[in-house]
Design a protein. Structure first.
Lengths: 222, 799
């Protein structure tokens, strides 16, 4: 596994190239911002008919990590569903697929701004979740420490040899981790955006997703 | 016979004007359902178009009578000024108004409720008008439509959209008569077919083209270099010409070259002759300022790109200089027409080849102009992404029957052979998205009731209207001087170019060198840099390919025994090629092989244009890889393709076999950035994704995601989706230019001559100088990323 290993508090964590976070001691897999049901919401509210394949693509990639690691526990860090109607509109087969992935493991839905209430698919529903010295929440809280969050969809840009590449990324410093969005139809916020610069310490690094997790300094505003 | 009413005749007499023959002809044709006037620029073409309307309206009219559509907003405003003269001086009861994206909202509202007699507008504004529920009422009185610069519209999807809108107008106003105004084109009947309501024909009238242009190649003291596109060697002579002329337009093919040439001109401009710069990357204010200075005769010359191919007539322009090979004879003729808009005076034009090979190409172009031989690729079928937008536009204005709309679309020239299956494909896409997975049954965009289609949610009309139009801008960022409150706007650069900049990089914009300071929100902030040379000047990647006609003419020229019409430096170079190797021939493919510095080079003289030879390079190097020949790289120009590697080619012929070539192309293409770019265009026009609203883009972009994700998703789960098929068709025609690869393969018909030369051949030498400008691509991406990240970690003390 080409993960990037690092410590947060007493925990040894691995940032996976898929965009998921792995805590092997606890057998815990954490993903953020799955945004199930995005295309259906766009069709309903905007009359914009996006390709309706993001649920199965997200499930496929989630399944890959689950089969490889067989986690005892999965935490979804919020915005798992693009809105509260997303689950009702989900394809039967995708619904079944998700249920199968959840079977036999402790599954926690952290609430996000897109899905701020209980979802009708089982698992535990929480505003936030603490495990040992780490807290899992949707949006980072600059006043707290040792937290794992999502929400911002960070991405990093790297320029080399006259070309520029942009990838979803983890942002990591001594106090917190911000996860990239795992969902297929998600954009990104550049890591040099002011809001991210304020939350993360100057020594923060970005770990780029892709075929291998690649660490680099977080892009700073000059 | 006097065709002019008395009032008009008196006005002409007072002005001391005589009716031009083509103005008279258009008056005679005024009741014709479709008339097309082909005239060189100038010569009262626009007045010819409007005279029939002015006469019909001399005693007043009821409702909107005439619609004038031009590709340029500025033209609409200019014509409004010009029309006000006859209207006021003859006291005609005619209201003339313009309507473009710049017209204030309140005025636009009023125009819909109470339209003027004559409305001047653009294709995009017309599409918007047609999307409103009150379109039938507004247009039912329409009698005439004048489409100006139709030759320019016909070259892009804007023309296809325009013709569909014309079909719609014709349904709303069945007696509508069409008039097209065009510059010189290679195939007038094709343009007539494009304009007329199918299957009717346009009546075509050719105005007297006036005297032949006075065109020659600029004599210079310095010899043109072996490669490059800058033509800076010719600066002293260009300045001399500018001094001798009243006003000069200096055309250059790309924006970056225009910037560099402008700067070089000013460095040598010791007399401080006023010279301006005009291109599409400059801020609107900067361009408007230059245009105003031109109107006020404050400038002696403008360095410009295609942005001034069309536009307001400046009567005092008496010289056109084309820097670099014109690549296309028709465009050259139209540019030459920009000089001297006074009727019956010859236009004066000078060609400046940028390098040795272009000497040949300029000469070929000059001979083509003298022989009235114009080029132009035949227009393809009407693109279906534009049809999708048309269906959505129609749905915005009210329910429609599929049969009626199909018939309407087929009455537009570009869509005359549209099949019902193709139409239904587009209709399904508009209604449901057209995915193999049947989703959204409850959230369809269009609902079908009693054989009529309508928008499910009327509120979605606003989104569709916002996305009307077929011009898809590349994502650009504003460039501004850095200061606390956002400094002066200098222009814009493509986002992909901005992303490659690191603070401290210098580049040219608006004729000045600036240093990149950083990105603030969606603005590139720069500081002025007086001393340094610009590091980078490339901010527009598009390069024209030489047209098929020019390529063939150049090939034909090479067959001559000698070239007395060419300067000695060029003819000696060609003679040397003949001695050392062989001359490329039209009906065979010359391939040269030679070794240099431990590498093996192969040069294919395809003469098929830069884009097609680039595609051929990709296909051939793939085949070489499969054969274990390990190519290392290639570079292409308009006339040849140079491939290098470690091993010599045993026999080039099998590499060019047609079998399997198209399949190889499809596999390669699917992964390519060209496809993703084409997909973005197609998806935006067809209404799948929203166009970028300049300046209105959110800064926090987690809500929007790139069209690349949609492309990848469709390829994986729905590879036969309509938009992917359209994307493939578009890429093959455009940047891939596969049609010209096939033209070349057909021309040589398997006859390949392989010459093993003792060393670099004269014709191949300029290509060697191009090497090193080729960016790495493909699998190397991960490695570049890892190396760069590693280096940054080390620099930051983190590794």
């Amino acid at each position: 596994m080409h993960g990037y290993q690092f410590s947060l508090g007493s925990a040894r964590l691995t940032a996976l190239p898929s965009g998921a976070l792995w805590w092997s001691e606890e057998g815990l897999l954490c993903v953020s911002d799955l945004h199930f049901g995005k295309s259906a919401r766009f069709a309903r509210l905007r009359g914009q008919m996006l390709p309706p394949y993001e649920n199965r693509d997200t499930l496929e990639r989630l399944e890959r990590d689950i089969l490889k690691l067989n986690p005892a526990q999965v935490i979804c860090l919020g915005d798992s569903f693009d809105d509260m109607k997303a689950l009702d509109e989900m394809d039967d087969s995708d619904h079944m697929w998700l249920t199968c992935l959840m079977a036999g493991r402790r599954w926690t839905w952290i609430e996000g701004n897109h899905d701020p209430g209980p979802v009708g698919i089982g698992g535990v529903h929480r505003a936030e979740q603490t495990l040992r010295d780490l807290t899992f929440r949707h949006i980072a809280d600059p006043d707290k420490s040792l937290e794992i969050s999502g929400h911002f969809h960070p991405k990093a840009q790297i320029s080399a040899k006259g070309r520029s590449l942009s990838r979803p990324c983890f942002l990591i410093d001594a106090e917190r981790v911000i996860l990239p969005a795992f969902g297929t139809f998600t954009g990104g916020l550049r890591s040099d955006a002011a809001v991210l610069q304020e939350i993360m310490s100057p020594s923060a690094i970005a770990v780029l997703c892709g075929t291998k997790a690649q660490a680099m300094p977080m892009k700073r505003v000059l | 016979m006097n065709i002019l009413p008395e009032k008009f005749q008196r006005w002409f007499d007072k002005k001391g004007w005589v009716l031009h023959p083509h103005q008279q002809k258009l008056l005679q044709l005024s009741q014709d359902p479709c008339a097309l006037l082909i005239a060189p620029t100038g010569g009262g073409k626009t007045l010819a178009g409007f005279l029939p309307s002015l006469i019909e309206l001399q005693n007043g009219g009821e409702g909107l009578h005439t619609l004038y559509v031009s590709p340029l907003k500025a033209l609409a405003a200019d014509i409004k000024r010009n029309l006000s003269k006859p209207v006021e001086e003859m006291a005609l009861p005619i209201r003339v108004e313009d309507r473009t994206g710049d017209t204030p909202y309140s005025k636009r509202q009023r125009q819909r409720a109470d339209p003027p007699d004559i409305l001047l507008t653009t294709p995009e504004s017309l599409a918007l008008l047609l999307s409103y529920e009150d379109a039938p009422r507004m247009f039912k009185s329409l009698k005439r439509i004048i489409v100006d610069e139709i030759h320019a519209l016909a070259e892009s999807k804007r023309g296809d959209q325009m013709m569909l809108c014309l079909a719609r107008l014709q349904s709303l106003a069945p007696g509508l008569r069409r008039t097209g105004l065009s510059a010189t084109v290679e195939d007038p009947p094709a343009l007539g077919h494009f304009l007329a309501q199918h299957p009717a024909q346009a009546t075509i009238h050719h105005a007297d083209p006036g005297p032949d242009p006075d065109i020659s190649i600029l004599d210079t003291k310095a010899i043109p270099p072996w490669n490059g596109a800058g033509a800076h060697y010719a600066i002293p002579e260009v300045l001399e010409q500018v001094k001798a002329a009243e006003t000069t337009l200096i055309f250059i093919n790309t924006r970056a070259q225009a910037e560099l040439f402008f700067r070089a001109l000013w460095v040598a401009n010791e007399d401080g002759i006023p010279i301006g710069l005009h291109h599409g990357s400059l801020s609107r204010e900067a361009r408007v300022k230059v245009e105003a200075a031109m109107v006020a005769s404050q400038l002696r010359a403008i360095v410009c790109t295609g942005t001034l191919d069309l536009g307001i007539d400046w009567g005092n322009v008496d010289l056109v200089i084309q820097i670099g090979a014109p690549k296309n004879v028709k465009r050259l003729v139209q540019r030459i027409g920009r000089a001297n808009h006074r009727y019956n005076a010859p236009s004066k034009a000078l060609l400046v080849p940028a390098n040795r090979f272009e000497v040949l190409e300029c000469r070929a172009a000059l001979e083509a102009v003298r022989a009235y031989d114009l080029d132009g690729e035949p227009r393809g079928r009407g693109p279906r992404d534009v049809l999708c937008q048309f269906i959505l536009m129609t749905a915005c204005s009210g329910p429609f029957a599929a049969d009626d709309l199909f018939a309407e679309a087929r009455s537009a020239g570009p869509y005359h052979d549209l099949s019902r299956a193709e139409f239904d494909d587009c209709l399904t896409f508009c209604a449901t998205g057209g995915y193999a997975l049947r989703a959204y049954d409850q959230w369809k965009r269009l609902l079908q009731e009693n054989n009529r289609y309508r928008l499910r949610d009327p509120r979605s009309a606003a989104r569709i209207r916002m996305n009307l139009g077929t011009i898809v801008d590349t994502e650009t960022l504003d460039v501004r001087l850095k200061n606390r409150r956002g400094g002066k706007a200098l222009g814009e650069v493509e986002e992909s170019f901005a992303a490659t900049l690191v603070p401290g990089d210098t580049f040219l914009i608006g004729g000045e060198v600036v240093t990149y300071a950083g990105l603030r929100e969606m603005t590139v902030e720069v500081t002025r840099e007086q001393r340094k040379k610009p590091k980078i000047a490339v901010f527009s990647g598009t390069k024209f390919s030489s047209s098929t006609l020019l390529s063939h003419r150049v090939l034909a020229k090479l067959q001559a025994p000698d070239w007395p019409e060419l300067p000695a430096h060029t003819s000696n170079w060609l003679q040397l090629q003949r001695q050392m190797s062989a001359m490329p021939q039209p009906d065979r493919l010359l391939v040269e092989g030679f070794a240099l510095d431990g590498r093996e080079f192969s040069c294919f003289y395809g003469f098929a244009g830069r884009n097609a030879l680039q595609t051929l390079g990709l296909l051939i190097t793939r085949r070489m890889e499969n054969k274990g020949l390990h190519p290392l790289g290639f570079v292409s120009t308009d006339y040849a393709l140079l491939i290098w590697g470690l091993e010599a080619l045993p026999d080039p012929a099998p590499l060019l076999a047609r079998d399997g070539m198209i399949e190889g192309l499809e596999t390669w293409l699917a992964e390519n950035a060209v496809m993703k770019r084409s997909f973005r265009n197609v998806a935006t026009i067809a209404g799948l994704i929203d166009r970028n609203m300049p300046g209105k883009r959110k800064t926090g972009r987690q809500a929007t995601f790139s069209s690349d994700i949609l492309y990848d998703t469709l390829r994986k789960y729905d590879p036969d989706h309509l938009l992917l098929r359209l994307t493939r068709e578009e890429a093959m025609r455009g940047l891939v230019d596969f049609g010209r690869v096939e033209e070349m393969l057909g021309r040589i018909n398997g006859k390949v001559d392989y010459v093993r030369a003792p060393g670099v051949t004269p014709l191949a030498a300029p290509l060697l100088l191009e090497i090193g400008k080729v960016p790495i691509r493909g699998q190397a991406e991960e490695k570049v990323l890892a190396d760069a990240a590693e280096a940054m970690m080390q620099a930051a003390g983190l590794a």
